[in-house]
Design a protein around this ligand. Structure first.
Ligand SMILES: [Zn+2]
Length: 564
């Protein structure tokens, strides 16, 4: 473990410290404690999208009543954020680099972001969710994407790339949350079973049901029947349907608000409180697709989910609720080049804005799926007329069919990019993310306010629970070579029976199953309080301090505190 040494400050230094700690001199005051924390993230959403949703609903959003400030979103190595480092900042209180999940940045950072010391690059960072669990709180996540997608991964996993879905899913399974609702069943199943994607042969769905002790549910009806206990809901092989498509294409899937309500109902039974993460994952995807129909369905359902959480927080009185985005996507605007003239924009009626959107009856994803393999101009034109209520010109249809094949795994992005500017008043500046501040909404004891930095969101959540994230990291992620010596540690990241690390101490060998919390020692399999994580680029193994104590035969030693 790392012990911090403090030199007694001189009287001048002490006076300065007191001044610096006083309100208004830099460090924000420590927030009062909250028994429960609910973080709701509308992935990829800026201020303009909320305004559009308000016009669409014809009444204030639930969010409108709890607007408190804004968040600066840049990441360690880019002015514009990706969801993986953005979620990592919210979860760990540390700003990291593009695509990284729950680990420190590498050496290359923006001038305004200090680079970590060489031995700290890509080192795992403990998350508020891991801390909440060690405090005895119930923990849960609710998402509309695959469960191992970037935002939930930022709170629960430690890997060098967000696309390592199989590794991330394994880590999430072994984080032993109380409630997990979302999609991504294929990442729980081995290849050969249904459309399983796992290459390590593991059947994690079976593990959840048996060793994990979870109630596994796969439909909206079974979700509604849950009354207590641990629950793992996988409602889609990959991602859930867009909200606008759910009734037609995924009627067995629950809505985000239904999952949020059930998660709170289950988690709130824990007398120690709970930490819940809710993500409207596809607001971001709608932005990438320049698709107002997908956006409005998912964003309004997000607002309904915030209402469910807010009503609980208001009744409960000990719940801190944060609702925010990780970045903006698509650079959406109310008004576009077609409305450039003041005879258009300065005369825009609500009907002019909303009528074209009301004629759209499915997402671009569903429209492309309905198109199938036979992508003729006539079929595109007919579908756009019947499902989006637009009379697409021959030139527009040609542009869609020309653009789509260049967009690799997302050909459907072409539909919104071409048609939205021509047939709606909505503008888009990009198919990617954009770098502006995002609105911050909050309610409850010690809610933050003003313009805050993305990592401050994680620090705020930690302080509200009485958690010291640096000490938690020191307890959960010990550099194994530093603890045991280089000769004692061997790692087989590609072992056929699953990635494993072996540590030899005093004639015994402990086997740490990577991406899990399991230690095999003296013929027993011991569940540890944290995961074993291997960082290939630095060839570094990180294990919980608890594993160090067990291997060194110090099981009676009290583990260092991670509390403030
Ligand atoms: Zn995105």
């Amino acid at each position: 473990m790392i012990r911090m040494r403090f030199r007694m400050p001189s009287s001048f230094g002490f006076a300065l410290l007191v001044l610096l700690a006083a309100p208004g001199f830099g460090a924000p005051p420590v927030p009062p404690r909250a028994r429960n924390i609910i973080v709701l993230i509308a992935d990829g959403c800026g201020s303009e999208q909320y305004t559009l949703a308000r016009w669409w609903q014809g009444q204030p959003l639930c969010l409108d009543g709890i607007l408190v400030g804004a968040v600066k979103t840049h990441i360690a190595d880019s002015v514009v954020a990706d969801s993986a480092p953005a979620a990592t900042a919210y979860a760990t209180g540390c700003r990291t680099g593009d695509k990284l999940i729950g680990i420190s940045p590498g050496g290359k950072t923006l001038a305004c972001v200090p680079a970590p010391a060489p031995e700290q690059t890509f080192a795992p960072l403990a998350t508020v969710m891991e801390g909440a669990r060690l405090l005895g709180k119930a923990t849960g996540i609710v998402v509309t994407c695959r469960i191992p997608h970037a935002t939930p991964a930022g709170y629960l996993a430690h890997v060098p790339h967000r696309d390592a879905y199989n590794d991330i899913m394994k880590q999430i399974v072994h984080q032993r949350l109380d409630v997990v609702f979302g999609g991504g069943k294929r990442y729980l199943l081995p290849k050969g079973i249904e459309d399983g994607e796992r290459t390590d042969g593991e059947n994690l769905l079976e593990f959840l049901r048996t060793t994990g002790g979870y109630q596994v549910v796969e439909t909206r009806e079974k979700l509604a029947e849950l009354q207590s206990g641990r629950a793992f809901g996988v409602f889609a092989s990959k991602d859930l349907e867009a909200e606008i498509d759910r009734a037609e294409f995924g009627p067995q899937q629950p809505s985000l608000a239904e999952m949020t309500g059930k998660a709170i109902e289950l988690l709130a039974q824990d007398p120690d409180g709970f930490f819940l993460l809710v993500e409207a994952s596809q607001v971001d995807w709608a932005g990438h697709a320049n698709d107002p129909a997908h956006l409005l369905g998912d964003l309004c359902m997000y607002d309904a989910s915030v209402r469910v959480a807010l009503e609980f927080a208001q009744r409960n009185g000990e719940t801190l609720l944060l609702a925010l985005s990780d970045h903006n996507t698509g650079g959406m605007s109310i008004g576009n080049y077609a409305t450039s003239d003041d005879s258009r924009y300065a005369q825009m009626s609500a009907a002019e804005l909303l009528d074209p959107l009301r004629r759209m009856s499915c997402s671009a994803v569903a429209l492309w799926r309905l198109l199938g393999e036979e992508r003729t101009p006539d079929k595109v034109k007919d579908l756009v007329r019947s499902r989006w209520g637009m009379e697409a010109s021959a030139a527009a249809v040609a542009r869609i069919l020309q653009l789509a094949p260049t967009l690799k795994s997302h050909p459907e992005y072409a539909i919104g990019q071409v048609l939205s500017p021509e047939h709606t008043c909505i503008g888009w500046t990009t198919r990617g993310h954009v770098g502006g501040d995002v609105p911050l909404f909050a309610f409850g004891p010690g809610r933050p306010s003003g313009l805050i930095d993305a990592p401050a969101v994680g620090v705020h959540c930690a302080q509200a629970m009485g958690l010291d994230l640096a000490r938690l990291t020191a307890r959960l992620f010990v550099d194994a070579e530093a603890a045991f010596g280089a000769g004692a540690v061997t790692v087989e990241p590609e072992a056929a029976s699953g990635p494993v690390a072996r540590i030899a101490v005093g004639g015994r060998v402990g086997e740490l199953l990577l991406h899990t919390n399991l230690l095999k020692l003296d013929g027993a399999t011991i569940p540890l309080e944290g995961l074993s994580v291997y960082i290939p680029s630095r060839r570094r193994l990180y294990v919980p301090q608890q594993a160090v104590e067990l291997l060194q035969r110090n099981p009676g030693v009290a583990l260092p505190s991670f509390r403030e």
